[in-house]
Design a protein around this ligand. Sequence first.
Ligand SMILES: [Zn+2]
Length: 669
Amino acid sequence: MIGVMVPSGSSIWDSRCNDSLPNYPQTCITNYCKTGEYMNNCNYLPLRNLSGVDLSNTDLHKANFRGDDLSGTNFSNADLTNANLSGADLTDADLTNANLSGASLSGANLSGANLSGANLSGASLYGANLSGADLTDADLTNVDLSNTVLYNAANIPFRNFDLQKKLNQYWYCLIGDYSGPNNPDCVKYDERHVVGISPTEITSYQIEKDSTLTIVYEDSDMSKKLEIFRDQKLHQHLWDMYTSITPPEILSELIYFVVYTDDYGGEVALVSRDTDNPLKFYLSVDPVDVGPSGIKLDKQFYVSTLIHENAHILSLNENQGDNKSLSEDDASTPETYKQQMKNAEYSCAPNYYNDLAGCMKESSYLNAFYQEFWAEIYHDFKWALEFDDYETFSEHNTEFYLKYQKYWLTVYSSENPDEDFAESFMAFVLKEKPSAPTFAEQKILFFYQYPELVEMRDFIRSSIATSEFCNNDNVWKDQKCRQPVPATPQQQPTPQQQPTPQQQPTPQQQPTPQQQPTPQQQPTPQQQPTPQQQPTPQQQSQQSENGGCLIATATYGSEMANEVQQLRELRDNQLLQTESGTAFIIAFNDIYYSFSPVIADYERENPYFKEAVKLAITPMISSLSLMQNAESESEVLSIGISVIMLNLGMYLGVPAIVIVGIRKINYID
Ligand SMILES: [Zn+2]
């Protein structure tokens, strides 16, 4: 009987079907009502066009509506559990209180649809268009909203999780962990983007009082390969994205915006104090890192990096310390730097001394952070400027990282207290407030003791939500996209007032031709921030050999970053949650540190050995991932023991073989 054309006007309906479906062949309707799986057999029947039809209260579970025109169809209270609606046109459909749990709606057009009260738990909305849809009281538990267009969707049930999911993507994208949530918007580190140029200051802008930019320098003789990055529209876009997520009190600390590149990889962005205005900052960003195509920006990576940079301005601005920075002479050699730094630290003690901001005030954010998390381990730490080159520092710092593994939220956190503060602030902004914090996550909770920083967090998160979910000049406010309320400075501001929406421009919507003046061929020297040409100690204070705070794509993008992240998660989520797991870690560390210095020495002397150790570590980490399945005490113990045995074999066995190999290689040489 299936697929047989039934004359229209048939009126025998399955009892579960809505009998308000006149003129549709009974066979097909009955079949898809029962199982939903025979709908395709109706393809040649006229009933395929269900647009505008009343299917309310109908049992349509597992129904196949793939690619169908269902615009304006009434599905209210219908059971669409596990139905296939992918690619369907559901424009203006009424899905009020419909049960769509487990349904596939990927690529469906739901613009203007009414989903209020609908159950979408577990549904896939990948790539679906929900612009203008009404989501009042809809259940979005576990919904896949990746790539979903939510422009102007009304009443997104913001239980912190959909925005949080998006912000988690930002986080994982920045730290280079691509094993996390499926995130098509994250641009992975790719060495093919290397341009092959020497460091170049492309364009520099002075920041006016109203946050507009005035060009003060442009490289007139730079490599042709960088031509696509000498685009003032691109620069304006970079700047607009920055201002959109930057609280006014931080923005007011900046006086220059510098577009600078050291090629792909390396430095992504930095802030430092300006040579001529040592109480104010410049922000330098590398367009090759944050938008290798010269057109599309790697938004998640860029925005996360900017949050990190803003944390530096927050913690190192003129109000935070006595501003007695080290002079240029102090950093002329590692020895003089070390000596001057020690002197300065001595006279500042017990407060934290920073070579940019000077002796930190006792109540400053950075000093409070230092006292809580660094004071006890600082004696083991060394600054990058104490070394002749960055690589030697890196080797030292890797050991420091490993020794205090449980302290770090990211690989970059162990770089120094300033970077740890910035990474922790970034985690505070992007991540959910930890309910059962690990040791490292105490650093996230640290920021919650400051109401003004919690407010700043809300501001930044709202700004990101605006850029992700709203358009037509709407802003994310009170968990919805709303029309902005014009600022009324004449009125007495109430303390509850939210940041004015004008501070959250979307880059495309604010063409500002007056901000693109003609390039000055001969800028006056005073106006030039020249961070790259003459590094001063202030500029070097954030510890890289070429000056300034950096988030190295090389660090995060390296093949090890994922593994280190994996290890840390394993340690925090599994091992340290149980007694035997904790004991395992202690035992493991004892064994590891008993011979890791030896390995480190070999590594320094011989690059072949270094590669070999890398090879040896990789299976160890893979074997540790077995532990992720361990839940109970006994499982932790038994799997833990096997893992440690396995690794003992690998560590003691593999390097021995390798040493033989090295001898052979040396002999051939
Ligand atoms: Zn930094």
